[in-house]
Design a protein around this ligand. Structure first.
Ligand code: KG4
Ligand code: ZN
Length: 334
């Protein structure tokens, strides 16, 4: 009999469902919430409400696309942490109800662990031990992975996450939320070496991005004052230079981690790994330094339920289940 996982991800503003059969993803759906754009960021109460509206049709469609019935599902999985508590609760309650109704095991999944394990979805996957640079809207981490069950965070941001650095810079440039993908697009037309933003000097494998945001703020103010319309006229170059600096901060620490651990299987994960400049920079570093590099498919980089499903599949193999009393939490170590 096949091991079939139905997984839901609802930690922020995307309502996602996926079906995984024996470690293969058969369907992966995302309902993106447009309602937040006008506010320049995610409004938690609106996110919870939209999850409630979306979750039934999204799960229904994921089952239909995979040609699976709820009765055939072996275990039900959901994102337990971290995230917006109201959003997490919608997914958790929904999946708990399904587990109860169909009398099947329940598997809670840590969102950041799932971003890392998204690298195990493809046929061509990293061999253990590997390093993963996990870069999202809320996290920036270098993770040392010994197995799907044993991972250690060996470096992380001491302030903003890489995704926040993209989004906050975009906001300063007058771009709508989330600005990361927009900076990526403008950067394609721009000169990454035109403007030089400072690289912070943080010890060890940790990151810092708050100084970059401040220096961009002063840079923009000063230049707009000297030359009104400066931002609009130079948008592509400013985006390319900002992206270039964020990538160099990330890659320099990743290179340091590879030297320290002696590991040359290297992958990236999280929403920011959708960035075309970062994807290219990782490949370039791989050819330069002899790393084997891995990048999840685009749809497995930003928030998705396929990554929750694959993580739950590995937990299923270990019979790592939770009772129905398990609760989501906004923050959680792992
Ligand atoms: O992992 P994710 O979808 O959600 C969180 O768990 O945070 O990451 C969202 C972040 C946002 O900050 C978004 O701007 C950023 O990923 N992002 C990008 C790109 N696509 C998404 N940043 C830069 N370039 C992109 N192409
Ligand atoms: Zn995420």
């Amino acid at each position: 009999m096949a091991d079939i996982i139905l997984a839901v991800e609802s930690s922020c503003d995307d309502t996602c469902a996926a079906i995984c059969v024996d470690g293969k993803i058969l369907s992966n759906l995302v309902a993106t919430q447009k309602v937040h754009e006008q506010y320049g960021g995610v409004v938690p109460e609106l996110a919870s409400r939209a999850h409630i509206q979306n979750i039934v049709p999204v799960v229904d469609e994921a089952l239909k696309l995979a040609d699976v019935t709820p009765q055939q599902v072996s275990a039900f999985a959901f994102t337990q942490a971290p995230g917006l508590i109201g959003s997490l609760l919608v997914g958790a309650q929904f999946i708990k109800s399904m587990a109860l109704a169909f009398n099947k095991p329940l598997i809670p999944v840590h969102h950041m662990q799932a971003h890392v394990l998204a690298n195990l979805i493809a046929e061509d996957k990293p061999a253990f031990p590997f390093l993963c640079l996990t870069v999202s809207g809320g996290h920036t981490q270098i993770v040392h992975c010994n197995s799907p069950y044993k991972m250690t965070v060996i470096g992380e941001t001491i302030d903003d996450a890489a995704g926040e650095a993209f989004d906050k810079s975009a906001k300063l440039l007058g771009l709508p939320y989330p600005g990361g993908p927009l900076i990526d697009n403008y950067a394609k037309e721009g000169n990454p070496n035109r403007f030089r933003f400072p690289e912070p000097n943080i010890p060890g494998l940790n990151f810092s991005f708050s100084g970059l945001k401040t220096s961009i703020l002063y840079f923009l103010k000063e230049n707009e004052l000297k030359q009104p319309g400066f931002v609009q006229e130079n948008l592509a170059d400013i985006c390319a230079s900002t992206q270039n600096r964020i990538i160099s901060i990330l890659l320099n620490k990743l290179k340091k981690a590879a030297v320290q651990t002696g590991i040359n299987e290297v992958c990236i994960a999280g929403g920011v790994s959708a960035n075309s400049g970062l994807r290219q920079a990782l490949k370039d570093a791989g050819s330069e330094l002899g790393w084997q590099t891995y990048i999840p498919r685009f749809e497995y980089c930003t928030d998705n339920a396929a990554m929750i499903a694959i993580t739950a599949y590995y937990k299923f193999l270990q019979q790592d289940f939770a009772p129905l009393s398990v609760s989501p939490t906004a923050r959680a170590e792992w």
